[in-house]
Every structure is written in C-alpha cells, then in structure tokens.
Design a protein around this ligand. Structure first.
Ligand SMILES: Nc1ncnc2c1ncn2[C@@H]1O[C@H](COP(=O)(O)OP(=O)(O)OP(=O)(O)O)[C@@H](O)[C@H]1O
Ligand SMILES: [Mg+2]
Length: 263
C-alpha cells in the first residue's frame, strides 16, 4: 500500500464535561490531507462537541489538538479562522436579508483603500468582484451576487455557506450537517460542492446522519460513540449496515474484517 497522506489535524484524548455530563471522554481525531472525513454517531455521541473543540467554539478540559504537527490552543472561532479553519454551522449559516456578496464577506468585509478604509468604509465593488471569482471557482451557479440570500432556495443558501467556508479556508473546512433538511436535488448540489472543495485540495470534515450521503462522498468514516472515537472505517470495504451496527454498539469493532478499518 502507498504511503498515507499527511495528517493535517489531529486531536488526542479530548475530554469535555458539562456539569455531570461527559460529552467527550478521551476522544481522538485525525484528518488527512485531501480527504473528506465523515463523522457519524448517534444523537449525543459527542460529534458537535468534538467539532466545537476543533473550531475553537469550545475549549476542551483535557487533551491536545495539533494542526500541521503543531499544538494549538484556540480560544475562540476567530483563532481557528486565523489558522485557516472554516466551519459551516448547521443553523444560522447565512444572514438572509444580506446579499450573497455581503454574506461571503460577513465578518471580514474588505475596506476601501486609504482614508476611506481607515474610516471604516467597505469596498463593495472589490467584494462583489471577489465573490464572483470565488463562486465561479467552485462552479456555484448563481445569477447575481447582489441577490438577497432570502430569495435563494435552501440548497442555494447552503451552497453559499459552504462556498464561503471553502473560499476562505486555507487549511480545513468543517461542516455540521450541511445537507440536513435539504431535498434530494439541493442535497446533491451541496455534496457536489463538498467534492469540489476536496478536489481543490482542502480536507473536509463532514458531520452527517445521512448514511447514503456519507457513503457517497466520504473517503473515511470516523464513528463517534459515547464520547469517544469507536473506529475509523473505509466505506469501500464496509457495508452501511455494519457501519450503523458499530455506531449503535450492536457490533464490536473487533468483529469487523481488517480491511473494513481505515488507517
Ligand atoms: N452546552 C452543553 N451543556 C450541557 N450538556 C451539553 C452541552 N453540549 C453538549 N452537551 C451534552 O453532551 C453530550 C454530547 O453532545 P453533542 O452535541 O456533542 O452530541 P452530538 O453527537 O452532536 O449529537 P446530535 O447528533 O444530536 O447532534 C450530550 O449528552 C449533550 O447533552
Ligand atoms: Mg450535534
């Protein structure tokens, strides 16, 4: 077998407690260059808690996170963004009343050059040009970037959120349920966009409950269970039913054939 792609992001022994509840109980995580890593698990398995630690939204009580082999201590999502990690949250992914261009640059508006910029004036023309370029790069077919996001379909909105993350991420894109509540066509649109992001060279972490979607796009599947990583499986060599059985605890990881496990 050929050498494994390098590890971009790694977490070891993450612990996160909320009062009496242990959301993460020594969770490990590993994201490799150029892959779509799906993270699956039952409700309460600790998926969102894990992703929040990786995206700076939560500070773990214990454990270590490394980016490109260097230990990092994110204090906020802004820290993670500065390190090139963009996260698409399931809810409130976009600001509906704003245009697509404004949404793409939300929180990092481009200033006009010179005094106007120093006075806080926004460079709308530059933002529009950049929006068109970045959406074209990802082949998102939206007619006008000046269209308000509330006039878009759910799938198009998700595409804007995913495209925003993809456009600005330098290192990693994390998505928490980006295809939840989408129709077949919109869901497929977002899946296609996720593939393009990977093919652009950015590794993607995809949290999803949608097994067909996971099996369609994932290179590896991280199974979260009871606050830990139960296994990482290879969707080429494991069935959907075995994957779900491991996820629910109906099947022991040790009972899987060796090729089902991803390394
Ligand atoms: N802010 C919080 N306060 C208290 N308990 C929390 C908090 N966030 C998560 N938990 C608890 O931690 C555990 C893991 O939650 P988490 O949201 O990580 O699960 P999940 O795998 O994302 O589940 P789902 O599939 O339902 O989104 C749950 O028992 C949950 O109740
Ligand atoms: Mg969750």
């Amino acid at each position: 077998m050929s050498a494994q792609p390098k590890i971009v992001m790694q977490a070891t022994g993450l612990v996160k407690r909320y009062g009496q509840v242990t959301a993460l109980d020594g969770a490990d995580f590993e994201l490799r260059a150029g892959e779509i890593l799906a993270v699956i698990g039952d409700n309460g398995a600790g998926k969102s808690s894990l992703i929040k630690c990786l995206s700076g939204a939560t500070i773990p009580d214990e454990g270590e996170i490394q980016l490109d082999g260097h230990t990092i201590h994110f204090k906020s999502p802004i820290d993670a963004r500065r390190s090139g990690i963009e996260t698409v949250y399931q809810d409130l992914a976009v600001a509906p009343a704003m245009t697509i261009a404004e949404n793409l640059f939300l929180g990092r508006e481009l200033r006009r050059p010179g005094l106007a910029g120093m006075l806080g004036m926004i460079d709308k023309k530059k933002m529009l040009e950049e929006s068109i370029a970045r959406m074209n790069e990802l082949k998102v077919g939206i007619r006008s970037m000046l269209q308000a996001v509330e006039t878009l379909s759910g799938g198009q909105r998700q595409c804007v959120a995913v495209a925003r993350a993809a456009a600005f991420a330098q290192h990693v894109v994390i998505m928490d349920e980006p295809t939840a509540a989408l129709g077949v066509k919109e869901g497929n649109m977002v899946l296609e966009l996720i593939r393009r992001v990977r093919d652009k060279g950015l590794p993607v972490v995809l949290i999803s409950h949608n097994m067909p979607h996971v099996f369609e796009v994932a290179d590896r599947i991280h199974i979260a269970r009871l606050g830990k990583r139960a296994a990482v499986v290879n969707p080429k060599y494991i069935s959907m039913s075995d994957t779900v059985a491991v996820m629910t605890g109906a099947k022991a990881v040790g009972d899987l054939p060796p090729e089902a496990l991803a390394h």
